[in-house]
Design a protein around this ligand. Sequence first.
Ligand code: SF4
Length: 282
Amino acid sequence: MAQSTSIEWTQATWNPVTGCTKVSPGCKHCYAARMANRLEAMGQPRYANGFRVTLQHDLVELPLSWRKPRKIFVNSMSDLFHDAVPIDFIRRVFSVMESAGHHQFQVLTKRAERLHSLRHVLPWPRNVWMGVSVENERYLERVSRLAEVPAAVRFLSLEPLLGPLPFLPLENIDWVIVGGESGPGARPMHAEWVREIRSQCREWGVPFFFKQWGGTRKARTGRTLDGKIWDEFPHPPLEGERRAPTPTPQSRRPGGPPRKRPRGGSRTPRGPTPRPWSRGSR
Ligand code: SF4
């Protein structure tokens, strides 16, 4: 598996599982599906099953052999919380991440429901960053579920961003990545959507990472927003540090009551979450 990657927010990928099934509109042009089918056609033995979920048992311990510390994106070619991945296998993956404490592991899922249901049976070492993907407002529920997972770092990948997200529930979220869709048939992402997310991150004190504009030729559109590259990262807790308890709505906004989402939608109070491990400004 790849020890290096072009994904801007990580340094390596590790795929103890390959293959997946599409669950929501963000999956429509799934890069992993395209690649897996291509590799199957090329006769790559690891992709003999194409994009069907396949456990790559011989790769589970791979990161233990990587001496140099790095950020590792777990399952860029799959979703670790897919129903077809047995709990025992997920546990093995977490156990390896715990043992490889010199790395930072970034796990990303769209299966927030399963993640949430397993949150108490998995270990949550400091070096595991847990994230969910959200493409539009309809899937904000994934964020609420992630917020209850006891991971040291909880992050959002808003890519491919397919609609505005004016009411992001950023309480207890430590990092936000935004990106537009790229490749054939890429759907558009509006600059106002990105700026609105950046503003919410500023308000909450959450690091903001702008990955790309995307489009059919992503090298041309680049990743500059308002003349700047936004490459902010979270600060994982140091040894012995613990996450602050969730603040009450009253403690969040000393100047008044929390904001409410209009039109009877879910409430999204705002205000900076205390982060005891913050170092420097964000
Ligand atoms: S969940 Fe991720 S890997 Fe699975 S089909 Fe959707 S985009 Fe692809």
